[in-house]
Design a protein around this ligand. Sequence first.
Ligand SMILES: Nc1ncnc2c1ncn2[C@@H]1O[C@H](COP(=O)(O)OP(=O)(O)OP(=O)(O)O)[C@@H](O)[C@H]1O
Ligand SMILES: [Mg+2]
Length: 500
Amino acid sequence: MAENDGNPARASRGRARVLVVEDDTAMSEMLREALSDGGYDVEVAGGGHAGVDRIRQGGIDLVVSDVKMPDLDGLDMLREIKAVEPAPHVITITAFGSIDTAIRAVKLGAFDYITKPFEVDQLLLSVGKALSERALRSEVARLRDEVERSYGFHNIIGRSPVMQGIFGMIRRLAGSSASVLITGDSGTGKELIARSLHFTSPRKNQPFVPINCAAIPDALLESELFGYKRGAFTDARTDRAGIFVEAGGGTIFLDEIAELSPALQAKLLRVLQDREIRPLGGSRSEKIDVRIIAATNRDLDARLENGTFREDLYYRLNVVHIHLPPLRERAEDILPLGEHFLTASAARAGKSIRALSPAVKKALLGYHWPGNVRELENVIERAVALAGGEIIEMDDLPGMVRERKRADNLGSALARGMTLEELEREYIERVVVAEGGNKTRAAQKVGLDRKTLYRKLEEYAARRQAGSRDESGEVTPPPEPTAGGAGASDDSDEEGEAAP
Ligand SMILES: Nc1ncnc2c1ncn2[C@@H]1O[C@H](COP(=O)(O)OP(=O)(O)OP(=O)(O)O)[C@@H](O)[C@H]1O
Ligand SMILES: [Mg+2]
């Protein structure tokens, strides 16, 4: 009976179970018979309290209840039923002419009401509607649950606006098979995002096949991707299907796409255009149905410019572009990620470690994370292995993370290719933040007079977005065109000039 034979009552699991709550025996017998004949399993409770008790035990899909019962008013009963998790739908039977009660019942969450006297068909129609609505709702919940649990967002941590934006993008792409290009430094989470794109897509029950274009020699990569026919080359003793065929209906994740040779770029482009492949040594093409997600930690723009990556292929792959910024540029994510890895590592190691010490948190936030999320994951895993107590302490961190060196910061500025002006701007803005927005103190710290600092901040703000103004509550003087830098102050009101 588990088949869905078109009766919504049997949609999800065998017969639906209906509880009739009715103190009038003649009426409850009539309902039992009508519902049994309608194909439902029926139980009867002789009063409101008994009904609620039975519902709490679980397994009831739908309640058909009289609104007037001596021991517990039908409306009070509705309130109690709706507090049960998960609450079954309720159809209320009201007396003729008591439309007010019916309205109140619906307001309290009854799915429907029927008025005495009623036809059996009318009852069955309402019961059918209630059950199919419920089945649909629980199916949606189940599917959502499954995706969330296995590949969903709860395993991808990101509190920063950038990551929130990426989550939104993944959700919007959920029904799509569009090609996606994911860029970002090593360890920023490109493969994780690729997997979640696959597992939230209609292709999720088909294979996800990752292939690292940099790790496989060219000749081999070609036969891996496209397959070959017997005799295509010396060692080809049998036919072999390529990944494009094996991943049929699924997703191929082409990692390190920038390393693809010009010859393979051309072949891949042809495959993406024609949606068919021809195995090595084969004479006939085969239709393919795969989605391509590509990733790289290289600067593809530079490769487009110098001609080492084909522009036409780039546009095929880059229908949707997701860029993962380095971890240090999304500091909001550092601690949530750290705590996520802490929970996972501690569970794996069978240790009861609860938290990161305040000093550790500060060190994690101050470090520049050249290896991004992967490095953070390793640092936490190591710390968990070393930790003696319930808290991760400074001693559990590697020296590099513990000692936040000046040289590291400059090294990261170098790596980011910052200009002196950008460096100055970042430094000044950070000091202002560190001083809680107090610009007088910030000016002293960085060695500028107050007016010059104001002017610079205004320039930064203007450059960032036209019209945006300082909202810290301090009065911002009009821009002063003459103030030319440290020491050039005509600021007469206080603290005078800063040290050069
Ligand atoms: N936002 C995140 N939430 C949770 N874990 C993450 C997140 N980002 C990355 N990770 C974890 O960090 C590790 C590195 O991620 P991943 O392998 O996806 O990076 P990648 O960008 O593909 O790196 P590479 O360029 O070196 O191949 C993985 O263990 C991954 O699960
Ligand atoms: Mg990767």
